[in-house]
Design a protein around this ligand. Structure first.
Ligand code: SF4
Ligand code: SF4
Length: 301
């Protein structure tokens, strides 16, 4: 039985494809986007997170930890200790939810059964299951098995990917997917590397191949002011997308600030403190760039 690591399941989502959806977030991502909305998705491993504002200093995490007595000082355990085995005992013992174990291993059957319980919402709204991350292609066997299990249960499926993976894995997953949500973060390769840590050559190559054999693709462009909102770069991206076979719908996803607290609690650096949500005028300008080459554009997921 195939199993994988997920970090969250979000029900009643209206931003991850058509209708009401249940989105499964897989853990692990090879990109490190400066604006990542799901920083807990980056590490493929489980990890301990502490929400300091919820901590009441009771020390129960220390008492529950097999190594707690050996950690110097008193009160709350530090978020990370060298001997940690990620057993989760400290998180289970925390009375306020301040200490959490992020990530769990699930089998395909267990997960598909849980997802199928939302069928009534999918049927009424034209929704379904979206598999996101992290980067789902980072767990290709689990991804394909999960898509097969959803299809066997008659559930509409969407795959939310940055396309940074083996073409064979993307191809196999797409063949089992009703809709692919394909993220493009910048068109210039150096800019892309600066913003995400990787070049976009593989991403663009995979998109060309995907568009050649899959008709249901939506392009998703996160818009982060000062990072990837250069209109010349977006115009080159729009030109590229417009020349794909079966030019896809383009979703513009304006940056929002809800991820900043998550970055802080994971101890990850970010450079977004001064960044605001794009203005309506800025969004309209970007929308025009894509519409000018004949693409259909929608703001939001
Ligand atoms: S996850 Fe287990 S080993 Fe790690 S700090 Fe918590 S109780 Fe200790
Ligand atoms: S158990 Fe929770 S609330 Fe108590 S000290 Fe540990 S993290 Fe803080």
């Amino acid at each position: 039985m195939e199993s994988g690591t997920i970090f969250s399941i979000q029900r009643y989502s209206t931003q991850d494809g058509p209708g009401i959806r249940t989105t499964v977030f897989l853990k692990g991502c090879p990109l490190h986007c400066a604006w990542c909305h799901n920083p807990e998705s980056i590490s493929p491993r489980r990890e301990i997170v502490v929400l300091e504002t919820r901590c009441v200093g009771c020390g129960q995490c220390r008492e529950a930890c097999p190594f707690g007595a050996a950690v110097p000082s008193t009160g709350p355990l530090p978020p990370r200790i060298d001997a940690c085995t990620l057993c989760g005992a400290c998180a289970d013992a925390c009375p306020t939810g301040a200490r959490q174990l992020i990530g769990r291993t699930v089998t395909v059957d267990e997960l598909a059964l849980q997802l199928a319980r939302d069928r009534v919402f999918f049927e009424d709204s034209g929704g379904g299951v979206t598999i996101s991350g992290g980067e789902p292609l980072a767990q290709p066997r689990f991804l394909v098995a999960l898509l097969e299990a959803c299809r066997a249960r008659g559930l509409h499926t969407a795959l939310d990917t940055a396309g940074f993976g083996r073409w064979e894995d993307l191809r196999d997953a797409a063949r089992l997917t009703d809709l692919v949500l394909y993220d493009l973060k910048a068109f210039d390769s150096e800019r892309h590397r600066r913003l995400t840590g990787v070049s976009n050559g593989l991403i663009l190559d995979n998109l060309r191949l995907l568009a050649g054999e899959h008709r249901r693709v939506w392009i998703r462009v996160p818009l982060v002011p000062g990072f990837n909102d250069d209109l010349d770069d977006l115009a080159r991206m729009a030109e590229f997308v417009s020349r794909l076979p079966h030019p896809p719908l383009v979703n513009l996803l304006p940056f929002h600030r809800t991820a900043l607290l998550k970055f802080a609690r994971l101890g990850l650096d970010h450079a977004l403190d001064g960044v605001a949500t794009p203005s309506a005028a800025a969004l309209a300008r970007v929308r025009e760039v894509f519409a000018n080459v004949g693409l259909s554009v929608k703001v939001g997921g």
